[in-house]
Design a binder for this molecule. Structure first.
Ligand SMILES: Cc1ncc(COP(=O)(O)O)c(C=O)c1O
Length: 375
């Protein structure tokens, strides 16, 4: 195949874009997307139309795929989340939103009359997922730290106890990285003698941090969840968004359909699926290892505490939840927001101290805020 080279104008267009991204990345501290991993060893795979269409565990007639490695990644996450050895299934998604939609989809298929409960601090995509899936739902109040309000949840389920509850719990809320206590929610359902329920855990960020912290809250299959979604591009880091969804295999079998055209089972949400992102995840997991992840999480917490001390030095009330690398502080002046990629909500803002964040960036941010405050 002959291909023309790019015109000098087009090349400049690309160079300018590259420069723009490099510049923005310097100030990119407010979103949980890590960016310092080197995946260049995998570039040779980009020459192929890799596609992991359909179920990763079932062979397909589409043979240019990385499903073997995807299954290895699924198994790694299954061990990490203590999924039942003989009853788990999963795949690499396009990100947290797809994994959450998958969990809700399964819940709806199992409990079509179910009512979804989720907190005010749940990620914004969940209410859209609920609209797409046409599931009845009730939003529960949040506590000041971002955790679900257990009294409000208990009372609301009690009032609707004739309807099977579907709990959408968040383990690491978007704004404050608060952790909903799944064990407590499970006990609540037992206390109310609810016969049928479903718990999905949205562990977009913390699914990759809590397993590496001694004494961290139990949030996974040991706590009684039915499915879980974890983002891949957040703590692990990937140039292409991705994630992992895990669910109980016997529940997934209830929705599986066999498709002759691709010779496999249609258990996933999308048909064609990214075959490169499982490679990224596999590569990062193999290179980092358990000890590596433990060290990274510890270093992030140390730097988060450093950031809090720096904010406090200039009189700002900064804080973080106990197992969080998200540092919350009062919304800074507009001039600071124009320069720094910081997420805000109402009168608070946050930075997320991922492994790629440097102390120098925190110093510069705090200095900018101080200058803007004293202007
Ligand atoms: C708690 C939580 N859930 C879900 C998502 C959505 O994840 P994604 O952007 O990977 O679709 C996010 C994103 O920040 C999140 O913070």
């Amino acid at each position: 195949m002959s291909e023309n080279t790019l015109s000098s104008q087009d090349r400049k267009h690309l160079d300018d874009l590259y420069e723009y991204i490099q510049e923005q990345y310097r100030f990119f501290v407010g979103y949980p997307c890590r960016g310092d991993l080197d995946y260049s060893e995998l570039f040779r795979f980009m020459h192929y139309p890799i596609n992991n269409v359909g179920d990763p565990f079932v062979p397909s007639t589409y043979r240019v795929h990385t499903r073997q490695i995807e299954c290895e990644v699924v198994r790694w996450f299954a061990r990490l989340t203590h999924a039942p050895e003989d009853n788990y299934w999963g795949y690499v998604t396009n990100g947290g939103t797809e994994g959450n939609m998958y969990g809700l989809f399964l819940a709806r298929e199992l409990l079509p009359e179910g009512m979804v409960y989720y907190s005010q601090d749940t990620h914004y995509s969940v209410s859209k997922n609920l609209r797409v899936l046409k599931m009845q739902n009730i939003m529960i109040k949040s506590q000041a730290n971002g955790e679900i309000d257990y009294e409000d949840l208990y009372e609301t389920i009690r009032i609707h106890r004739d309807v099977p509850p579907i709990i959408f719990a968040t383990v690491g809320t978007t704004m404050t990285e608060a952790i909903d206590d799944i064990g407590r929610i499970r006990r609540m359902l037992e206390d109310l003698a609810i016969p049928n329920s479903y718990i999905h855990c949205d562990a977009a960020l913390c699914g990759m941090t809590l397993p590496f912290i001694d004494g961290a809250p139990v949030y996974d299959f040991r706590a009684g969840i039915d499915s879980i979604s974890i983002s891949g591009h957040k703590f692990i880091g990937s140039p292409v968004p991705c994630g992992m969804v895990l669910a109980k295999k016997r529940n997934v079998e209830r929705i599986a359909r066999s498709i002759e055209y691709v010779g496999t089972l249609d258990t996933t949400l999308t048909g064609s699926r990214n075959g490169i992102t499982p490679l990224f995840l596999w590569y990062a997991i193999r290179k980092t290892g358990t000890e590596g992840f433990k060290r990274l999480v510890r270093e992030c917490f140390e730097l988060a505490d450093y950031a809090i001390a720096k904010f406090r030095e200039i009189g700002l009330d900064a804080w973080r939840n106990k197992y969080a690398m998200t540092v919350v502080f009062p919304k800074p002046p507009e001039s600071v927001l124009a320069k720094w990629g910081i997420a805000v909500q109402g009168d608070i803002a946050h930075i997320i101290v991922l492994p790629n964040i440097k102390a120098g960036q925190i110093d510069e941010l705090v200095a900018d805020i101080h200058a803007a405050m004293t202007d």
